[in-house]
Design a binder for this molecule. Structure first.
Ligand code: DX5
Ligand code: ZN
Length: 216
């Protein structure tokens, strides 16, 4: 199991130290949530912060774009240092083109879907993604409760992957804690994003170990 702390819940006044601590604790990805106030009802951060993070770490930067018509900014996120760029199927009329743009920029392509969007809506593009992000909250805010119907989606995506010989990672985002992590793991998830649960710990080795299932 990989662990991807969501920087939305970190202490921005100590960002450099936070990233060093996440690295030392064994985090796998840095989950970078971009919100535009249109696709979701909140605004977060983007290029200047991303560039500065890139300049101090070689951890995989996992960029979650919660923005309308993400095609407009894919190259800019690639240039700013993202390793994985994930777009919402609901955010563009041209999801296939958006995924092609990410691959053409030399980055790993991720697709994601809101809790109310069925898995069927992304099946036509599953053979062109490196990662599928299952949202288990409505995107826009940290600290919300896990929506359990996401577990069935994880299971379907795992079955589809096995049946078709595909190798995308299945990542889960929203309301992940020590209990919901177990449900995700049992259903076939590979990567857990965690924000509020993760950063409430003083020692980040603790949530890393718990989410990876290394302690009971
Ligand atoms: C929600 C974001 C998440 C968020 C998760 O829109 O995509 O990555 O930070 O926060 P928690 O883990 O607190 O639900
Ligand atoms: Zn996210």
């Amino acid at each position: 199991m990989k662990v991807a702390p969501s920087l939305l819940s970190c202490n921005f006044l100590e960002l450099k130290e936070e990233i060093a601590d996440l690295h030392a604790a064994g985090a796998d990805y840095l989950h970078f949530d971009v919100m535009d106030g249109q696709f979701v009802p909140n605004i977060s951060f983007a290029f200047p912060v991303l560039q500065q993070i890139r300049s101090i770490t070689d951890l995989t930067i996992d960029t979650h774009l919660m923005i309308q018509d993400p095609e407009r900014y894919i190259q800019a996120f690639a240039d700013a240092g993202s390793d994985i760029i994930t777009v919402h199927v609901e955010s563009t009329k041209h999801i296939h083109r958006a995924l092609q743009m990410i691959r053409n920029a030399g980055k790993k392509a991720g697709i994601t879907l809101n809790p109310g969007t069925p898995v069927e809506s992304i099946i036509p593009v599953l053979d062109m993604v490196d990662l599928v992000l299952v949202m288990t909250v409505n995107p826009g805010f940290g600290g919300q409760s896990f929506i359990k119907s996401g577990v069935d989606k994880i299971r379907s995506l795992n079955e589809y992957r096995n049946k078709h010989g595909l190798s995308y990672e299945i990542e889960v985002d929203g309301g992940v804690n020590e209990d919901t992590a177990l449900l995700c793991k049992a259903a076939g998830a590979d990567v857990l994003v965690a924000g509020s649960y993760f950063f409430k710990h003083d020692d980040y080795k603790v949530p890393v170990k718990i989410l990876k299932g290394e302690v009971g």
